[in-house]
Design a protein around this ligand. Structure first.
Ligand code: ADP
Length: 485
């Protein structure tokens, strides 16, 4: 095994794969972050077998032991925060400050679930039958497959792996092909936390190939997935269509999140929410505010102010100190963004700002894109219906709060939704009637806390919520015991 190739982690051993793939820096495509092994299907099966064997040992440890292991992982993430933020910015293109925030969030998630590991309890309830009592408790589900996307290479793995481990499950982790670096670093940290060998396994490589094993293997009891809607559907079909028992599954997919700005909004606040929600992290967040729904009275002031603020967004190398907006993650995502920008123009929207791709930054070849704002758009335009997943937002002009609410909910998605208003009446109504898993009042649609539920409705999500105490729904199974003394 070459030292240069970062291997998989299976059954407590670091194992090279049949081949390896280069991890390329989107801020400078000449820079290769490293070579990362790609696991074979046989290795994925080995990982599942190892997880199955280790899970009872891990579940048999005391809650305090599990808690301490998770706490060690959280502490190590904090100790290595600067190094990991640099790696994240380098391989994914997230601006360094945001990348550092993501490492902190991942650490907080492990610390939170270190606490939750100690709080797994149950209920004792009387029976309808005399002398009988009924106990209700939570048990681990078993072996969990974790499949993650590239846009939060540490936080999303953390919010799946930490609860899986906290509740006594074993994990096989398959990160996105574009970001094996953070996944490997996290595996390295978990490997040092003293879990029984096989409790946590990392298999890197191609989704479709490894998916055949990690979704279909009947020894996998649960699948937690974040990614595209089309892959989400495949996960669901595999989970129920495979031979043997069906797998429990949880899907987080796209969003087309509305930010409603009403006439009585504080315009500066609305601009700040839109700027952050739509463009930070290069718009590559499933909670990004891609539809800015603005009432007549404030429309022109809002658009003028937002364009002025966008002029201040410095696009550049993710690790350069002034950069606010890093590059798009890779060539195919940039191509997708440009295709939607072109489509918006062809459908009659006005490109009021930005939208130009830049082949380099200070001579560094990369996937740079100036954030784009469309105005004069209608709810039926493709750019307002499909998730673009880039720094592209559209303004939809509406006459009043009623129309704003209708347009906000007119989408197949339902992850996050925001309203900017100074009226308690409007805030209360939007909070109640927005069809989304998360509602933000005078706050960006993106940017969530690590200790409370995350998830959506309609086409955005399937299954129980992630994060916070609600994560127990997915990562445990309930047992009801009747005791006749
Ligand atoms: P994105 O557009 O965010 O890359 P994908 O849905 O393509 O979304 O990828 C999300 C994750 O799903 C990645 O880890 C990818 O490797 C994995 N994946 C892709 N195809 C499959 C599949 N057929 N089975 C299992 N996992 C898959």
């Amino acid at each position: 095994m070459s030292d240069l190739i970062k291997p998989n982690f299976i059954a407590g051993e670091w194992l090279a794969g049949p081949d390896a793939a280069p991890n390329v820096n989107p801020s400078d495509t000449r820079d290769v972050v490293g070579l990362y092994a790609r696991a074979s299907q046989a290795q994925a099966r080995m990982a599942v077998a190892a997880a199955q064997a280790a899970q009872p040992l891990w579940a048999a440890q005391t809650p305090m032991q599990r808690s301490e292991a998770l706490d060690r992982i959280g502490s190590e993430l904090l100790t290595r925060r600067a190094e990991l933020a640099d790696l994240l910015a380098r391989e994914e293109g997230k601006a360094l400050g945001d990348a550092s925030g993501e490492v902190l969030r991942a650490a907080h998630i492990f610390k939170f679930f270190a606490g939750e590991a100690l709080r797994v309890g149950g209920e004792l309830i009387g029976s309808t039958r005399p002398n009988m009592s009924v106990e209700i408790c939570r048990e681990p589900v078993g072996v969990v497959t974790v499949i993650t996307p590239w846009n939060f290479p540490l936080a999303i793995p953390a919010w799946k792996i930490a609860p899986a481990l906290a509740y006594g499950n074993a994990v096989v982790f398959k990160p996105a092909e574009l970001v094996p670096g953070c996944a490997w670093a996290l595996a390295d940290i978990i490997a040092g936390a003293g879990l029984p060998a096989g409790t946590f396994n990392l298999v890197m490589g191609r989704g479709r190939e490894l998916g055949e094993v990690l979704l279909e293997d009947p020894r996998v009891q649960a699948i937690t997935f974040t990614g595209s809607e089309s892959t989400g559907r495949k996960v669901a079909l595999s989970a129920v269509g495979r031979s043997g028992p069906m797998a429990k599954f949880q899907l987080e997919m796209g969003g087309k999140n509305p930010l409603v700005v009403l006439d009585d909004a504080d315009v500066d606040q609305a601009i700040a929410c839109a700027l952050n929600g739509a463009f930070y992290s290069t718009g590559q967040r499933c909670t990004a505010s891609s539809r800015l729904i603005v009432t007549d009275g404030v429309h022109d002031r809002f658009v003028a102010g937002l364009i002025q603020a966008m002029e201040g967004l410095v696009v550049g190398d993710a690790r350069a100190p002034d950069t606010v907006i890093g590059p798009v993650v890779d060539a195919s995502q940039l191509e997708q963004d440009m295709r939607y920008i072109d489509l918006g123009l062809r459908e009659g929207a006005t490109l009021a700002y930005g939208g130009k791709a830049q082949k380099d930054w200070n001579g560094q070849p990369g996937f740079y894109l100036q954030p784009a704002l469309f105005t004069d758009t209608t709810p039926s335009m493709t750019i307002n219906r499909e998730e673009i997943f880039g720094p592209v937002a559209s303004v939809i002009r509406v006459s009043d709060a009623d129309e704003a609410l209708r347009v906000a909910n007119d989408t197949p998605f339902g992850l996050s939704a925001g309203v900017v208003t100074q009226s308690l009446k409007h805030a209360a109504r939007f909070k109640r009637d927005l069809q989304a898993g998360m509602v933000m009042v005078n706050a960006p649609t993106a940017g969530v806390d690590p200790h409370v539920p995350f998830g959506g409705r309609k086409g955005s999500s399937y299954g129980p919520r992630e994060q916070g105490r609600y994560a127990a729904e997915f990562f445990t199974t309930v047992k009801t015991t009747y005791i006749n003394p």
